[in-house]
Design a protein around this ligand. Structure first.
Ligand code: ATP
Ligand code: MG
Length: 652
């Protein structure tokens, strides 16, 4: 028996072709897409080399496209550039000087627009300040900030002087800061006094103080603090510096240095959904190239679009698709500090209406929350500016996809379901909105240049509709270069299984039309009587019941079947109706078959999620099996886990 096979039971027949208008004006239509695929197939090195020369501003041309000594890849050898120049300087004499680069809205409603020239000036001033403080090429700088413009400025200034930013999501604890700052020996932390979240102050500076207390983070020499909430904080005169005082005397001119194409651009830790987070390292030129191209291809960015990605910059989605990708394309990127339901559950729709947002990119966890809050909230607003919708972070259940299409996109907007990872740097599998027919729940096809495949345990491609392991056959420019300070983990985790092929860690299948379906994490696969089931299909069957908002299925050891399915379910209205447990079990049987019938359904008001909004099935599996939950450092709300534990104990 092939123990990496995953059985597929879900069938989705709905299909949506790109709207004719959209296809006509698209940056990439079916013809151009086919040309790119053909060019790649003929000569991958030439494909990447030509794109790199066309897209990036090089200070020195490269002599070799790729040096591949698995698992280590080097791209564009001999080339030199500066990534902040790609984002800023290159636009200053192309007619974009006075175009909005960042439109920022604070939770309190405050608004700031920075043109390319203004953003450039602020980045130069901060880069000068950092250099004056002695921050040099290769130094690590931690960024622990609310979503304010200074966060973007700080990151771009690091890139400009060749320091590696290590962004730590502003909701993480002192311990998480310690782990990440000590792990990468940061010299400096950039933070703010606080940030706003649902009308309350998030005391960022206090948390930094806590991380640095009692000799914590000994590598940190200085802490730069942005004034945001202006509440009282403690101050260490020998260590803490106000941002505004620091930049006040600085010149708005800064001559950028050239860095090697492979110079590491940043460190960023993964979400920690499947285990302890990995400190992913990305390199300058390859990352810049791919985030630029995918922004243009997948988001179809046009000169006068207002583009909005709702992620926090603390995640890779924000790095690549709030900052580096859109700015390199000279786009207008919207940045929002707050939560989607503050002051009311229509905050996002209000923002779209007021700013005339054209392209909107969010996560399934948010979409499921919008569904729960009700379609009356988006219905209050004129969303007709929207022309494209995107999804990222988790598999999107087909019913959530349909809801998104209908209630946000008014059946007019293509949806790009983008599969990728912190490690991949940019999109890997996604529809091209003007070219690819979309199917609810499928990320469709690998982008041109990405050789994604679904394979069995021996690395052979599986047949149509068979599930297996998602891999990438050849390196791509934006792939991670290593795990910070841990080449062994990098090698074992991603290349340990198939040598020179990248193992993504997700299960997938490809249907007869060539569309790829992500079936869930390999770690979460459930084995029921010899059938190996991914989590996605069973969960989607549950979510397709009108009473269900979210579902997470996990395995519990079972004497008879090996494993039994336990489903954790949240409901539209929090009270389960009579016999709902049996109704839902029957519903799953009806939708996908008896093999997937959950042995047990647990109703819960909330599911445990990472700070980035992903369901943490491994913790639910621990609870269902009566084990002590593993690593919880990336958990969003420990109360959710506590109440689930109590519930299980009460039952036992
Ligand atoms: P860790 O690696 O620490 O366990 P993580 O994998 O959640 O955390 P990220 O890099 O933030 O860290 O997330 C990447 C993962 O998110 C993918 O491997 C995949 O499981 C999931 N994912 C992202 N986008 C999609 C998508 N469009 N469809 C399905 N799954 C997705
Ligand atoms: Mg991962």
């Amino acid at each position: 028996m092939n123990d990496d096979k995953i059985d597929s039971i879900l069938q989705e027949k709905r299909i949506f072709n790109p709207p004719a208008d959209f296809a006509k004006n698209a940056n990439l239509n079916a013809e151009k897409l086919a040309e790119l695929d053909k060019k790649y197939a003929e000569d991958p090195d030439k494909y990447w080399g030509d794109l790199a020369r066309e897209e990036l501003v090089w200070d020195k041309d490269f002599h070799t496209v790729l040096d591949w000594k698995p698992p280590f890849a080097k791209w564009f050898l001999g080339g030199e550039l500066n990534v902040s120049v790609q984002c800023l300087d290159r636009h200053l004499d192309t007619g974009r000087r006075n175009k909005a680069a960042i439109i920022w809205e604070g939770e309190d409603g405050e608004q700031i627009t920075l043109t390319y020239q203004q953003l450039h000036r602020e980045v130069c001033r901060f880069a000068n300040a950092l250099e004056l403080m002695g921050i040099k090429q290769g130094d690590r700088v931690a960024v622990y900030m609310p979503m304010v413009p200074e966060m973007a400025i700080a990151m771009l200034a690091c890139a400009r002087i060749g320091a590696l930013h290590n962004v730590i999501f502003g909701g993480y604890s002192a311990q998480a800061i310690k782990d990440r700052v000590e792990g990468s020996e940061c010299k400096l932390i950039i933070t703010a006094d606080g940030g706003w979240r649902r009308g309350k102050i998030v005391p960022l500076k206090d948390t930094v103080d806590e991380a640095l207390a009692n000799g914590g983070c000994p590598s940190v020499e200085k802490v730069i603090v942005v004034r945001r909430t202006a509440h009282e904080i403690t101050w260490d005169k020998s260590r803490d510096i106000w941002w505004d005082e620091l930049i006040a005397p600085q010149s708005g001119k800064h001559t950028p240095k050239s860095f090697d194409a492979e110079h590491p651009l940043f460190i960023l830790y993964t979400s920690g959904t499947t285990g302890s987070p990995k400190g992913v390292i990305h390199a300058s030129a390859g990352y810049a190239l791919w985030t630029k191209l995918t922004s243009r291809w997948v988001f179809d960015l046009k000169e006068d679009d207002v583009y909005w990605c709702t992620a926090d910059i603390g995640w890779i989605t924000g790095h690549s698709y709030i900052l580096y990708g859109p700015l390199q394309e000279g786009a207008t990127t919207l940045m929002f500090e707050g939560a989607p339901n503050y002051p009311e559950p229509d905050r996002f729709w209000d923002i779209i209406e007021r700013h005339g947002v054209n392209i909107f990119y969010t996560a399934p966890t948010a979409i499921r929350a919008f569904m729960k809050w009700g379609e009356e909230w988006p219905a209050k607003h004129d969303l007709s500016s929207l022309r494209l919708l995107g999804s990222v972070g988790e598999p999107i259940n087909p019913e959530a996809w349909m809801w998104y299409r209908e209630h946000i996109g008014h059946n007019q907007c293509p949806i790009v379901d983008t599969w990728w990872q912190t490690e991949t740097g940019g999109h890997m599998i996604s529809p091209i909105p003007g070219a690819t027919p979309t199917v609810p729940g499928s990320a469709t096809r690998a982008l041109p240049g990405i050789e994604a495949d679904v394979v069995d345990r021996d690395g052979n491609s599986v047949g149509d509709d068979e599930g297996g392991l998602l891999i990438v056959r050849r390196p791509w420019p934006a792939m991670l270069r290593t795990v910070y300070g841990n080449d062994a983990r990098f090698k074992a985790g991603y290349f340990g299984r198939f040598g020179d092929k990248y193992l993504a860690g997700d299960g997938a299948r490809r249907d007869a039309n060539g569309n790829i379906w992500i079936m869930g994490r390999i770690d979460d696969i459930i084995n029921v009587s010899g059938h190996r089931l991914g989590t996605m299909e069973v969960e989607s069957a549950l979510v397709s019941h009108p009473d269900v908002t979210e579902a997470a299925v996990v395995a519990r050891p079972d004497d008879l079947k090996g494993q039994a399915i336990v489903a954790f379910v949240t409901l539209e209205n929090d009270k389960p109706g009579e016999d709902l447990e049996n109704i839902l079990k029957q519903h799953v049987v009806h939708e996908i078959g008896a093999i997937a019938r959950p042995a047990e359904i647990r109703f819960t008001p909330a599911l445990p999620k990472t700070r980035s909004g992903k369901i943490m099935r491994r913790l639910l599996a621990d609870i269902a099996a009566g084990r002590t939950p593993g690593d919880t450092t990336t958990l969003e709300d420990s109360k959710v886990l506590d109440s689930l534990k109590e519930q299980m104990n009460a039952k036992a």
